[in-house]
Design a protein around this ligand. Structure first.
Ligand code: AMP
Length: 548
C-alpha cells in the first residue's frame, strides 16, 4: 500500500461522522493489505507506530518535527510554528507548507506504508548523542518525499496523535467485520496480545487460534482497572467478595522466566533499572516463571510514605542506589496472570489467588472474604486506620480483564469525587500568575478523540504552578491569543463538586468547582475518563447515588 492511499483513508475517516460508517470504511481496507502492511496499517490508523506492549519510543518532539518541515519547505522553524498557530493543527499546517513547496520541486519518491514504518523504526532505534540529528535526517527524508496530504498524516503520526477518531474499540470492530469474526473473540485476543496489529493478522490467517492466544512473558499486557463503587452494591450483586487494602503506591507488572526478570510500570514502560530492590525481592520469593500484578509501596522506618515518593523512584534512572537508601520500596502483589507457561487470565480470581499464594512465598497482599456489608466495612475502617487509601472490592469468579475498567474490581475510598483527565490546553495567567500558565483545559476521551470538559485553575500552589509551566512549555503545539494547545500527554487528577450538562464544551458536560489534586504521572492519556463513563457518573449523580 502506498502511504498516499493510507492518507486518503485517513482523510475519508476524518470526514465520516458516524462510528459504524468509520468501522465500515476501515473494514473494507483491511483484507486488501499484505501480511507486512496489515499490522502496520492497524497501528497507524490509531495513531500508534509500535505495538502497545513494545517499550520502543519514537522520540520525536514538536521542535524536531518543525525543523524537519522547515527544512523541506525551505523556511524557518518560526514560520512553521506560526502556520501551526494559525491553523491550530499540526497536520493542516504541514499540508499547507508542503503544498507551497510542491510547485517548486520536481522529484518525489513514492512513500510506501511499510517503508514509512521502517523509517520510523529506524528513528526509534537511534539513541545516544547524535540521535536528534539522525532522527532529523530521517524526518527530512520522509517529509521531502511526502505530498501535502501525506504530510498532514505523517506529521500527526510522528506526534502519535492522528485525530481521526479511530480508537481501539472502532479498530477492533473493523477487524471483526473485515474477517467475519465474533467481536468478543477479537477483544479477548487483544487483551492477551496487547497489539491489535498482530490480532488482525491472526484473524485473517487462523481465526481459530484467536481463542487460544496466550500472554507472552516480556510483552506486558494492559493493567486491569477499577471503577469507583460501593461495598453494599458489590455484595448485593455478587454475595461473597474479596476485600483488599488499597495501597497508595504505583502499579507494576513483574515478568520472570528462569533468571530473567523485567518489571513494567502502569504505562508499560520498562522500569527494571529503576526498581532493582523490588525485582530482587520478587525474584527471591518465587521459584516459578510468573507474571505478577501488584503495587509498589514506599516505606520509611516501616511506615507507608505518600505516592509521590514512589513515583520518584519509578522515574529514577541514575544514582538509583542513593535513592534506594532514601526511599525503600516494597511490592504488594495481588494477582497472577501467568504461571509456568500457562496463561491464567480466564481463570476465576479465587483460583488465581490460590495459585498466587502457592507460587509466591512473600509479598502477597492480605485478603479478607466478606459476605456481609458489616464485615467488609470493618476491613474498610481498618484500612483507613492503617493509613491506606481505602479498599478494593473484587468479584471472586471474575477473569482478569486487561485494560478494562469495570465493576469486577471496585475501589472504595472516602472524600471528594475525582476524575483523571487529559490536559489538552492551557491559558496564560494574569496578575500573580503572569508569565506562566494560569489554567488548564481538561478533556475526557471518546474513541481516540479528546473532548473538553472544563478548565482547572484552583488547588495549584506556586511551586506546582512553576513545575507545570516547565512541563507544558515543551508540549505547546499551537497558540492563539491567551490560549495554547498542548500535546495531550499529561493526566491530571481533578476533584469537583458536581457534574453538569453544558453546551460550552464538546463533551456536553462541565465540572462544577474543579480543583487540581495531582499530576498522575503513572497514567497515560489512554487511561483518562471516557465519555461513556462520565455519562454513567452523571446518571448516577442525577439518581442521587453519587459513585461512592
Ligand atoms: P485508581 O488508580 O484510583 O483508579 O485505583 C486503582 C489502583 O489502585 C490500581 O491501579 C492499583 O495501582 C492500586 N491498588 C492498590 N491496592 C490495590 C489492590 N489491592 N488491588 C488492585 N489495585 C490496587
Amino acid at each position: 500500500m502506498l502511504f498516499l492511499e493510507f492518507a486518503r483513508v485517513c482523510e475519508r475517516l476524518e470526514g465520516t461522522p458516524g462510528r459504524l460508517d468509520m468501522i465500515g470504511v476501515t473494514a473494507e481496507v483491511l483484507p486488501g493489505l499484505d501480511d507486512e502492511e496489515l499490522p502496520i496499517f492497524v497501528r497507524f490508523i490509531m495513531g500508534r507506530v509500535f505495538p502497545d506492549w513494545s517499550t520502543k519510543k519514537l522520540g520525536v518532539g514538536p521542535n524536531l518535527l518543525y525543523d524537519a518541515v522547515a527544512y523541506v519547505a525551505g523556511t524557518k522553524r518560526k514560520v512553521v510554528r506560526e502556520a501551526i498557530n494559525a491553523t491550530g493543527d499540526v497536520g493542516l499546517a504541514v499540508e499547507d507548507l508542503l503544498a507551497k513547496k510542491e510547485q517548486t520541486s520536481f522529484f518525489i519518491q513514492e512513500l510506501e506504508l511499510a517503508g514509512v514504518y521502517r523509517e520510523l523504526e529506524r528513528m526509534a532505534a537511534t539513541g545516544g548523542q547524535r540521535s536528534q540529528r539522525e532522527k532529523l535526517r530521517v524526518a527530512q527524508g520522509l517529509f521531502g518525499n511526502a505530498r501535502p496530504l501525506e504530510g498532514r498524516y505523517l506529521a500527526r503520526l510522528m506526534l502519535e496523535e492522528l485525530r481521526i477518531g479511530m480508537g481501539e474499540g472502532n479498530v477492533r470492530d473493523a477487524i471483526a467485520q473485515a474477517f467475519e469474526i465474533d467481536v468478543d473473540l477479537v477483544e479477548h485476543a487483544h487483551q492477551a496480545m496487547n497489539d491489535l496489529g498482530e490480532v488482525a493478522l491472526l484473524a485473517r490467517r487462523d481465526p481459530d487460534a484467536l481463542s487460544r492466544v496466550t500472554i507472552e512473558p516480556f510483552r506486558p499486557v494492559k493493567m486491569m482497572l477499577a471503577q469507583a463503587g460501593t461495598i453494599a452494591a458489590q455484595i448485593e450483586e455478587h454475595g461473597e467478595v474479596a476485600v483488599e487494602y488499597k495501597y497508595d503506591g504505583s502499579r507494576f507488572q513483574f515478568h520472570k522466566v528462569g533468571d530473567v526478570c523485567r518489571i513494567y510500570s502502569r504505562r508499560l514502560e520498562d522500569v527494571t533499572e529503576s526498581l532493582p530492590d523490588i525485582v530482587a525481592l520478587l525474584r527471591e520469593a518465587t521459584d516459578h516463571d510468573v507474571i505478577l500484578d501488584g503495587e509498589a509501596v514506599a516505606v520509611r522506618d516501616g511506615r507507608p510514605m505518600p505516592f509521590q515518593y514512589v513515583i520518584r523512584r519509578f522515574r529514577r534512572k541514575h544514582e538509583v542506589d542513593a535513592m534506594m537508601e532514601k526511599i525503600e520500596l516494597v511490592p504488594r502483589v495481588f494477582d497472577i496472570l501467568y504461571l509456568d507457561g500457562e496463561t491464567l487470565m480466564d481463570r476465576p480470581f479465587s483460583e488465581r489467588r490460590k495459585l498466587l499464594e502457592g507460587a509466591l512465598r512473600d509479598h502477597v497482599t492480605g485478603q479478607f472474604l466478606a459476605a456481609d456489608v458489616a464485615a467488609a466495612e470493618a476491613v474498610y475502617d481498618a484500612a483507613l486506620d492503617l493509613g491506606h487509601e481505602g479498599v478494593m472490592v473484587k468479584v471472586l469468579d471474575a477473569p482478569y480483564t486487561p485494560g478494562v475498567r469495570g465493576r469486577l474490581w471496585v475501589k472504595v475510598k472516602p472524600g471528594v469525587e475525582t476524575l483523571d483527565l487529559a490536559v489538552i490546553g492551557a491559558e496564560w495567567g494574569e496578575g500573580r500568575r503572569a508569565g506562566t500558565f494560569g489554567s488548564f483545559l481538561l478533556a475526557v476521551q471518546d474513541q481516540g478523540r479528546f473532548l473538553p470538559v472544563g478548565k482547572v485553575a484552583t488547588g495549584i500552589n506556586d511551586e506546582t504552578l512553576a513545575e507545570l509551566y516547565a512541563l507544558f512549555k515543551e508540549k505547546v503545539i499551537a497558540r492563539s491569543g491567551k490560549e495554547v494547545t498542548v500535546e495531550p500527554e499529561v493526566v491530571f487528577e481533578v476533584g469537583y463538586s458536581e457534574l453538569q450538562t453544558s453546551p460550552n464544551y464538546a463533551s456536553g458536560y462541565a465540572l462544577r468547582f474543579p480543583r487540581f489534586v495531582r499530576v498522575r504521572e503513572d497514567k497515560s492519556v489512554d487511561e483518562v475518563e471516557s465519555l461513556d463513563s462520565l455519562t454513567e457518573r452523571y446518571i448516577q449523580q442525577r439518581n442521587g447515588q453519587g459513585s461512592l
